[in-house]
Unconditional design. Structure first.
Length: 277
């Protein structure tokens, strides 16, 4: 079945001056214009293409990679605003529309917004929205604590950063566990720290538990060996300095050097940590 607003694996069935026709099965023949690909294809060849609607609402193919796809969140820039709504540039010849009623707050030209791209069942057009709640699930039987997930920063709150988890759920990064400046729309990896009773997900940027400590310990040892056996970062250093050097919280750093100290591979000295020969 053809997936509108997504990548499809289709067969070339005809070549014409202005491009190629692909077999869209029940949807008929779909045009891949020559200006939408940089390659030459043979009849019966199978290729990966992204399917969307052109300005006349006809199915069209491209080998270009858009900045988003249906059923996913993307951080996109407004190309223009007109009486219909805001049109966002998603890397294709036709911009994606965010109708006014789908805007959580009025969008302005040339500014970027996090939006959810979906297929509108009434118009059968690819549309976007900045009203997220109805697109997100509060049941999380797909997740478990300690699991690595993909997140997108949605907004900053008094508690920290509100995030989209795997394009399907809400999550939060608490500000006391974040030691870098995060931007709205920034995509990154995170770990699930806790799943709350209300279905929301607490996140952390580093693997919780001993697995994380082992990873930090390895980084500390590599740093010590590359710095002639001494680093001027101690358990009393400022959290910002520790994060700049190792990308972890002060609490995690203290646990890691404590573990190394117990193994008798380092000693704690004034102003830093020294490797034991």
């Amino acid at each position: 079945m053809l997936k509108l607003g997504d990548t499809n694996h289709l067969q070339v069935i005809k070549e014409v001056d202005f491009g190629y026709f692909l077999d869209g099965d029940e949807e008929g023949q779909i045009l891949l214009p020559r200006n939408q690909t940089q390659k030459l294809y043979s009849i019966d060849e199978w290729i990966d293409v992204f399917i969307y609607l052109d300005s006349e609402d006809r199915l069209v193919a491209t080998t270009k990679t858009p900045l988003g796809k249906v059923n996913q969140f993307s951080f996109l820039k407004v190309a223009q605003v007109n009486p219909v709504g805001a049109f966002l540039d998603w890397g294709l010849s036709k911009d994606v529309l965010v109708p006014f009623h789908e805007q959580k707050k009025p969008m302005e030209a040339h500014k970027s917004y996090l939006v959810y791209i979906y297929l509108d069942t009434r118009s059968h057009r690819i549309t976007a929205s900045s009203r997220f709640d109805r697109f997100l699930d509060y049941y999380n039987d797909l997740f478990e604590e300690g699991q690595k997930v993909d997140i997108i920063i949605q907004s900053q709150t008094d508690l920290g950063y509100k995030c989209i988890v795997n394009h399907t759920h809400w999550g939060i990064l608490y500000k006391n566990e974040v030691f870098e400046r995060l931007k709205i729309g920034q995509a990154m990896e995170s770990n699930i720290k806790k799943i709350r009773e209300d279905g929301r997900i607490d996140l952390c940027l580093h693997q919780p538990g001993y697995g994380k400590i082992d990873g930090i310990s390895e980084r500390i040892m590599k740093k010590l060996k590359s710095c002639e056996g001494f680093i001027n970062v101690s358990d009393k250093s400022d959290p910002e300095i520790i994060y700049q050097e190792f990308g972890v919280s002060k609490k995690a750093y203290k646990k890691a050097i404590g573990a190394l100290y117990k193994k008798r591979v380092i000693t704690l000295v004034k102003g830093g940590v020294r490797l034991i020969d």
